[in-house]
Design a protein around this ligand. Sequence first.
Ligand SMILES: [Zn+2]
Length: 633
Amino acid sequence: MQLHRFISAAVILLGKMRCSAMSKRWFQWNIDLNSFNHGRWLWPAVLVLFSTYATAQTQYEIRITQPEHHVADIQMQFTADNAGPLALRLPAWRSGKYQILDLANGVRYLKVMDAQGKPLSVEKSDGHTWQVDVKQAGALTVTYQIYANQLDSRVRHIDETHAYINASGYLLYTDALRLAPVRVQLHVPSAWRSVSGMSQGENPHQFVAANYDVLADSPIESGIHEAYKFEVGQRQYELVIWGQGNFNGETMAKDLATLVQQADFIWPQPRPYQRYVFIVHATDQARGATEHLNSTVIQKQRFSFANRAGYLEFLSTASHELVHTWNVKAYRPSELVPYNYAAPNYSRLLWVSEGSTSYFQNILLLKGGLMTPKEYYQDLAKRIVRFGQLPGAQVQSVAESSFDSWISLAGDHADNFSVNIYSEGYMASWLLDHDMLSASALKSGYRHLHQQLYSRFGKTTAFTASDMQSIAKDLTGHDFSAWWQQHIEAPLRMEPSKLLQSAGLELKVPSKQKASTGISSQFKDGVESVNKVRRDSAAWRAGLTSDDQIIAVNALQLKAPLKERLTDFKPGDKINLSFFRQGRLQHTELELAGEPDGEVQIVPVAKPTKAQRQFHLAWLGIPLPDAADKTSK
Ligand SMILES: [Zn+2]
């Protein structure tokens, strides 16, 4: 069944290629369908690639014989140059997720044998390090088993339909050989096909990489259900999908081909990759995405692709991950170069890595016509509203938030006393873009700064905050060091409406107000469960807190979500709330506040000046839409 779908997809693309009038060149699968049926593949480039890494100094084998039990048997072979203690390590985290994940918790049955097959003594010295007592220099074989059942962390997942392999969660390394060539051989069920951003080795399930860092940043997906290939600007792309859902792979591949071209708007050629792989997991629960060296894995709920909002979210995520190929892979904060796999890599610049990536992601979609100006403005308006309401924005700077990413907060405390590097980093990036454009008479904006980061640091990878400030100065002639202290090292102060005004846009806030409390909550079975209470909001003043369970308003049982019940009241009204806290019934009086009744919108001003039109074009790369154009397409 899966094989059938896979072949169908290939055939669809073949047909597409023959009758195509598209500017992009579509490629058929590089396989002979008859060979495929017999498990044999044609991979002409394989031998050339293989010879590049023929001297792999660490060789791994990953055997998946009981996928239903989520396990892989690993064998690692290498040569120890000296006798004495030798550390075998597994990363404590994986790139792209700045949190300690304790990945060694999936390792069991670990054994080390010498060249004669004699077991050596092994002892753990910390949570993710095994010390081996090597008696004499020579070949060593390490064997162990990995339990891989953590789909949502995007590190390791094995079941009877596929294996997702991020080496950080599977493969040990040694300090001495971390920078030496590696080879990975998979042994997987015969119907599975394996794909990775790494180069293919001597067979379809073998991959080679220049070193462990490349391996750890090039996940392997094996057991794919649908796959597409395309070429844009002499770079090869693949879209591989695991799982079923309401997506149209062909449309996705076509839109991704449009997307990848848009990166030229920020970074002129050449690209940091020859080949790029989009791995998509259409799943039941897991959602999120992770960037890698020349690939990404995007997890999305299987039935969330068909409607416009869900599909746009997919494209926006794909764009985010593509932007990362430059911003965090080609160049990244110096504290993360090289990665220290054993401990947090604290940096005050993760807002650039994540927030600026978020900032650029929709600009690329807009530029490529994959998102309409109206949709772009809608997203920006939501961000502005959130920024205005977020109490944490008064407390924490984006630099502090970057540093604290490794101890990421959640729940009530997060929004009230901290900001996140994504959304706040987006706003800081927008302000920097605006202020650079203004200071340079529209000659250079934030994307030009990223162009320079790539051209100056693309080879060494590492950059610092002072590098960014000196580039900003070079590009605009304006000193941004005071700006940096004011907006990056201190809680961000900005007036979004002024930024919009420069580009001929304005915020349209509904004049009508509706009653609000300041809580975010969920209603189920007559109980409104409070997730968060915004600091200094009406609910905060009434003494409500997270995990309170509201059951009645004015002594009458809640039969519908609180939001619906509040439509009977207006701002300024006082209501009595009854709620359980830790199982004890309590009551409080709450004076309702007001919030706009309807969507806050961004619209073009009625009569934009020439300067505003020029600003819009320099900022987003598209002309300011006509205010009279109601469709704003
Ligand atoms: Zn990201």
